[in-house]
Design a protein around this ligand. Structure first.
Ligand code: FE2
Length: 411
């Protein structure tokens, strides 16, 4: 199969992309179709590597309002609503919702998903079910599973054992939630536990870290320090870090040195963070989003995620990665021309680094032929117009075919 005249990642020098045996065989200008080869002229449309969702909770997706709506819109009422919904969890319910949600992502060009899965369930129903689904979903997306202790590791009965069991079952990534533990001592100990569990089992780490508007929430320094001391570096990710929004600048100046030494990744969830953040404030009201621009300018890897798709924490979401980029750039004062053109990297290249999938990710010769085509000449246009997905190609096969949206002004 040959895709002709592709604008690959904003490159105005159009290229042709030959796909053979599920891989990118040749990427060059002036390729001509071979005998019997299917050719599609993209006419200069934008080609990107597929979108990567670096932070979502598939086990909770598509449950908003069931059995109750989060009326206050706070994180903590969300956790309460989820506590009630958890009673109704069963394998079929999870399978149906996860499949529907992965299809929503696929329809928007997302082919890689890191999902946190709640393991504060003595039966580990969601963990078992989603691990079982990885193979059957592989045609649509590669799923990476985090053992996520929603109610804490030390603050939940048998929390440590449930984490160990989830890793034994096959969780790819070890999570933690230090700001939700009962005490600061538990917070530090939970991070020490999670890091050791990951190191002992050769797993990645992704922590819900300081997801709170409490300037005294300092899980991040502990996590970064362990990542440095244990040589785990970029195997470690700090998700959310919303408290960093409220840290004083003198502390951040000192902290930044450690963060750079630690080389850990950051995931921000701009939509959910601004929705849940600042809830205890009057005015001025904090945005509750981590220091995306500062981290980026200091050379740290930052990606964006949806976090929640129509669930107790966020009542919207359809798997469109454009929305998190659009909001993330706005919220973090990154609306310069170059920032906008390169905004897709927060949900492609940067997220791929976080997931440690760069060995098989990217529109490059020899790699698996995974790519998307958007109905735009460049990402600036695609972001501004929420351009339609024209193709999503996975392992050399077109898995999604879209069409340009058409609206006519009649006067
Ligand atoms: Fe989350």
């Amino acid at each position: 199969m040959l895709f002709q005249n592709a604008c690959i990642e904003n490159d105005r020098c159009l290229k042709d992309i030959r796909i053979q045996d599920g891989k990118f065989k040749t990427i060059a200008a002036g390729l001509k179709p071979e005998a019997g080869e299917e050719a599609i002229d993209l006419g200069g449309k934008l080609v990107l590597p597929p979108f990567v969702e670096s932070h979502v909770h598939l086990d909770a997706c598509l449950t908003a309002g069931d059995p109750c709506w989060n009326m206050s819109g706070t994180l903590f009422e969300g956790i309460e609503c989820w506590g009630k919904r958890k009673d109704k969890l069963n394998a079929q319910d999870i399978r149906d919702r996860v499949r529907r949600c992965v299809k929503l992502y696929a329809a928007h060009g997302c082919q890689f998903i890191r999902t946190h899965v709640d393991v504060t369930d003595p039966n580990l129903t969601a963990m078992k079910t989603i691990l079982d689904m990885k193979d059957e979903l592989a045609d649509l997306a590669e799923i990476q599973v985090v053992a996520f202790p929603q109610d804490g590791i030390l603050s939940f009965p048998n929390g440590r054992d449930l984490m160990k069991e989830a890793v034994k079952m096959g969780a790819d990534v070890v999570g933690a939630i230090p700001h939700y533990e009962f005490t600061r001592e538990y917070s530090v100990e939970s991070l020490n536990f999670a890091m050791k569990l990951a190191a002992d089992n050769d797993r990645l780490v992704d922590v819900h870290c300081d997801e709170i508007d409490d300037e005294a929430s300092r899980g991040l320094e502990t996590l970064a320090c362990r990542a440095l001391e244990m040589g785990m570096y970029d195997k470690v990710t700090a998700s959310h870090t919303t408290a960093m929004h409220s840290y004083n600048n003198a502390y951040v100046l000192k902290l930044m040195r450690l963060l750079k030494l630690s080389r850990i990744n950051f995931v921000s969830n701009p939509l959910v963070n601004i929705h849940l953040g600042g809830r205890a404030d009057t005015y001025p009201m904090r945005r509750g989003v981590t220091r995306i621009r500062e981290l980026t300018e200091n050379g740290l890897n930052v990606s964006f995620g949806n976090d929640d798709i129509f669930d107790p924490w966020y009542p919207m979401g359809n798997g469109n990665m454009r929305d998190v980029v659009y909001q993330g750039l706005n919220i973090s004062h990154m609306m310069g021309y170059e920032d906008i053109c390169g905004g897709y990297k927060f949900v492609t290249e940067n997220a791929a680094k976080t997931l440690h999938i760069t060995d098989h990710y990217g529109v490059q010769e020899g790699k698996p032929a995974n790519m998307i085509v958007l109905d735009a000449p460049d990402y600036y246009d695609a972001l501004n117009n929420d351009s339609a997905l024209l193709y999503s190609v996975r392992a050399g096969k077109v898995i999604v075919r879209g069409h340009a949206a058409k609206t006519e002004v009649l006067v």
